[in-house]
Design a protein around this ligand. Sequence first.
Ligand SMILES: Nc1ncnc2c1ncn2[C@@H]1O[C@H](COP(=O)(O)OP(=O)(O)O)[C@@H](O)[C@H]1O
Ligand SMILES: Nc1ccn([C@@H]2O[C@H](COP(=O)(O)OP(=O)(O)O)[C@@H](O)[C@H]2O)c(=O)n1
Length: 239
Amino acid sequence: MKYSPTKKIVIAIDGFSSCGKSTFAKEIAARIGYVFIDTGAMYRAVTLYGLRHGAVQDGDVNEALLIAMLPEIEITFAFNSERGASDIFLNGENVEKRIRSIEVSDLVSKVSGIAAVREQLVRQQQQLGRQKGIVMDGRDIGTVVFPDAELKIFMTADPAIRAQRRYKELEAKGEKVSLEEVERNLRERDHADQTRAVSPLRQAEDAVVLDNSHMTLPEQMDWVMRRIEKITCAPCTSK
Ligand SMILES: Nc1ncnc2c1ncn2[C@@H]1O[C@H](COP(=O)(O)OP(=O)(O)O)[C@@H](O)[C@H]1O
Ligand SMILES: Nc1ccn([C@@H]2O[C@H](COP(=O)(O)OP(=O)(O)O)[C@@H](O)[C@H]2O)c(=O)n1
């Protein structure tokens, strides 16, 4: 059936690591012609910058140094038609692949716990979504970035299934990493993201929970399109 909306909305997708938020958000955006923004990529890009410029070293983050570097960091997006999603650029360089390494994954939750980093990125995220028609995924989208989002989804999946999915993805990309390392990274990040002082990962009160442990992407799409249509097409169906 053709999707004929009468209004544009903001769709906020939050949840645990590697449960399929970006895959889902990308598919939704393609289906209804929205912009998709992966906010995790933004925290990863700041982490990569810190690693390259000595503010993130030996598994630790020099907060003062990284904060001083923030004005030098420019993050932009450009649509990549081959991937069907936007690639992320760090000061003009396409870092879409670089930011997915286990080295960045191991440090990103330390960087994302810094209030000044969050302030800068949240401001940019709010700008990107000011005209609506956006699907954004992350950890604090429904709680902090867009507390008034019309549709909020909180995603989760069995931790062993999530680790297996991410492991398969990294293995296919040729990254030398073990399943144990991936599991450990997921566990540590989920813990750090849920317990940090600033904007911790939590389910917004008005979010709908989606556990996709045993769901395929087409099943998820049926689930979400019913909800999107209800919100964006309500006036037309009541005529
Ligand atoms: N419903 C699903 N069933 C099986 N695998 C999935 C599903 N959704 C996503 N995946 C796979 O799981 C991995 C993590 O997905 P991703 O979208 O990157 O998660 P997140 O954005 O939550 O970190 C990817 O390899 C993706 O292809
Ligand atoms: N809105 C967001 C998005 C990500 N993050 C941080 O960035 C990290 C990487 O996010 P991600 O979405 O790329 O992680 P994956 O689920 O893809 O592994 C998370 O573990 C969080 O520490 C955040 O704090 N707030």
